[in-house]
Design a protein around this ligand. Sequence first.
Ligand SMILES: NC(=O)c1ccc[n+]([C@@H]2O[C@H](COP(=O)([O-])OP(=O)(O)OC[C@H]3O[C@@H](n4cnc5c(N)ncnc54)[C@H](OP(=O)(O)O)[C@@H]3O)[C@@H](O)[C@H]2O)c1
Length: 257
Amino acid sequence: METYTHRSMSVENDRVVVIGGTSGIGEAIAYGFATEGADVIATSRRESAVDQTASELETLGATTARVTCDVTDEESLQALCAATTETLGGIDTVILSQGAIAREPLLEIDEESFDRVIDVALTGVQRVIQTFGPEIADGGTIIPISSLTARLSMAELPAYTAAKGGVEALTRAASKELAPSVRVNAIAPGFVITPQNEATYAEGTEKRSRIDERTPLGRVGDREEIVGSAIFLSSDGAAYITGEVLTIDGGFATSAF
Ligand SMILES: NC(=O)c1ccc[n+]([C@@H]2O[C@H](COP(=O)([O-])OP(=O)(O)OC[C@H]3O[C@@H](n4cnc5c(N)ncnc54)[C@H](OP(=O)(O)O)[C@@H]3O)[C@@H](O)[C@H]2O)c1
């Protein structure tokens, strides 16, 4: 038999930045990469959260740095990019897990609230791609976290829904422009328990019961269940995948009843 080889799914020694990496899904992804042997910088606006996450990453054996950033502030992104290159010696993967939400009906939401969500959730992705895209090593990846709401509308989330639809379109646009050097794929989680929604989706609430009932796998997701897909998409195992959106929702979006 000829020698058989396949593309590795290892991320060992990869140099990873997780924006929005100090809470919820992004934090779990940061710890997941570190556990698999990557060096990881987890960043967000709050210095205390950045410091605490960095300490955990160090405990897991990762080289890291304590750098805050705000995706609405281009200068902070440039500083983050420079600090990452300096500390880790380069950049292989950038994950975008920053969050912003406004729960207001479409006919009532004011322009300021609408723009704030778009600025963080959509324009923030564009700023990060522009800043980091040219600096990412050949074979590297960008992974924005989208949402099921890009395809399935939810009441009172007009700006969030529009932003996430834009994120998926931007993912396709970026995958074309950054090819063949850098791959760009989005992850679209369904209902995943994190600090931003744990009260809304708490066990025993009507909302939670409706989600559990409608989901073929019968439950909401854990943030840890998003991690494997981020690792896979950033690895060489996904070397021929770009411009895609990977939905992780327990089957919610493909189930009618
Ligand atoms: N949880 C779900 O069910 C779900 C479902 C679908 C999609 N998503 C998406 O998954 C991503 C993560 O959600 P999550 O539930 O894990 O949220 P989360 O726990 O609230 O975490 C959001 C993170 O983003 C950071 N952040 C917020 N604004 C930022 C800014 N302007 N610049 C940089 N960092 C910023 C926050 O830290 P600081 O406050 O320190 O900045 C925090 O680390 C979001 O894009 C969300 O839309 C979540």
